[in-house]
Design a binder for this molecule. Structure first.
Ligand code: GMT
Length: 391
């Protein structure tokens, strides 16, 4: 197949999954074209069969805002014609599902513009990732357009059952939705021997906890500090804070206010998280919403049990008491108690670490999930060949 993948290039789970999917499809012999405003963070090495098309959005003094939707739709039209795409796969609905819809309408019309010959009309698939539904999609500013364009996609997937339910509940989407969970390459995401790194990051005998995120409100980064302060009051421990974002300042301030600053290392954005995860005993993720929790999956793959809030798709990734612990979002004492358990019961921690790895290998490996997308593409193309069009 000839597949166009649209995604955000910035650090974020949706762009990572889109890029890893592109690489996985190319490795399976498909031709893949990634369309994005910048080179996605995970598109580092050359992958045979995979090419990148930059979406340029020119500025003009009359416009207060860059016209990204138009430039993206136009780019999809051009790449579809030049490369004869079978599938255009939009990751993150806003505004990618809308751009894909607009491009498909242009390609399906009798209007040929300045670019004959006519190309086949690609089928559009939208993968919903989370905040495109739970935070933004339902916002009255966007709702009708987002819901319409999702329904107009030839196929719709979500990364969890929970997000599927939210899509139906918040947006009233009536299309059939297929759940295809997120994934990772288990050979790259695995616990490594990182020599003396642990000793450099934490004094001997201290438990090491870690949090990795974009420090946005939904991640409740200051709550990570609050939970850690409760842990620190009971056991010697170090916390690694990886990432950056709007709540960074508040997290730093709180670590001083709660008198744990000496035990918290703010490491900023790190491209390589595996070495850091490889020294950790537990991951703290008290998000207010999480459609899936790719950061949790990366931790589990590196044998780090996750202490998290019981929200969204996290219970589909974390089995309470097996590979982590789940608590109500306001149960900070419970989260701290679970973290202390990991720090003080090495046998239990090791058992949960093994379960964490096993569950990722069994359910969320790239080799298991990428074929599910391939199957879905083929099903959508078969359905289109039978004359199906979204209502
Ligand atoms: O966080 C976002 O705003 C968007 C998105 C992203 O690009 O990182 O995150 C969502 O998609 C990820 C990949 O599918 C999921 O692992 C995250 O759980 C999800 N974030 C939320 O639901 C808050």
């Amino acid at each position: 197949m000839n597949v166009g993948i649209i995604c955000y290039a910035s650090v974020g789970g949706s762009g990572i999954i889109a890029t890893e999917l592109g690489k996985g499809l190319a490795a399976r012999g498909h031709r893949v074209h990634i369309l994005s405003a910048d080179t996605p963070v995970r598109l580092t090495d050359y992958t045979p069969g995979l090419s990148f098309h930059r979406v340029e959005t020119p500025t003009y003094p009359l416009f207060r805002e860059p016209q990204y939707l138009l430039s993206l739709a136009n780019k999809i039209v051009q790449v579809s014609r030049d490369e004869r795409l079978d599938i255009v796969h939009a990751h993150y609905a806003i505004p990618h599902a809308t751009a894909a819809y607009l491009a498909r309408q242009i390609l399906a019309s009798t209007w040929r513009g300045t670019a004959p010959p006519a190309a086949p009309v690609p089928r559009t698939i939208t993968t919903l990732h989370g905040t495109d539904i739970t935070l933004l999609g339902g916002d009255p500013t966007y709702k009708e357009t987002v819901a319409f364009c999702i329904e107009q996609s030839d196929g719709v997937t979500t990364v969890s059952e929970s997000l599927k339910a939210d899509t139906i509940r918040h947006l009233g989407v009536r299309s059939e939705i297929r759940v295809i969970p997120n994934f990772l390459d288990c050979s790259r995401y695995r616990r490594r021997d990182v020599g003396g790194l642990r000793a450099r990051l934490a004094p001997a005998g201290q438990a090491v906890f870690i949090h990795v995120s974009n420090f946005r409100t939904v991640k409740r980064t200051p709550v990570v500090i609050e939970v850690f302060a409760r842990v620190r009051a009971q056991v010697p421990a170090t916390l690694l804070m990886v990432g950056d974002g709007p709540d960074m300042g508040e997290a730093v301030r709180l670590s001083r206010q709660l008198d744990v600053a000496d035990d918290v290392a703010f490491l900023g954005v790190q491209e390589q998280v595996v070495p850091l995860l490889s020294v950790a005993d537990g991951f703290i993720l008290p998000s207010s919403q999480e459609s899936f929790g790719l950061a949790a999956l990366e931790a589990l793959a590196c044998e780090v049990p996750v202490v998290a809030s019981r929200v969204g798709g996290l219970p589909e990734v974390i089995e309470d008491g097996v590979n982590g612990f789940l608590h109500a979002t306001d149960d900070l004492d419970g989260m701290a108690a679970s973290a202390v358990r990991l720090a003080t019961d090495p046998a239990r921690q090791a058992e949960m670490a093994r379960a964490a790895r096993r569950i990722v290998e069994e359910r969320f490996s790239e080799s298991r999930i990428v074929p599910l997308y391939e199957d879905y593409y083929e099903a959508v193309l078969r359905r289109a060949a039978r004359g199906y069009t979204p209502s």
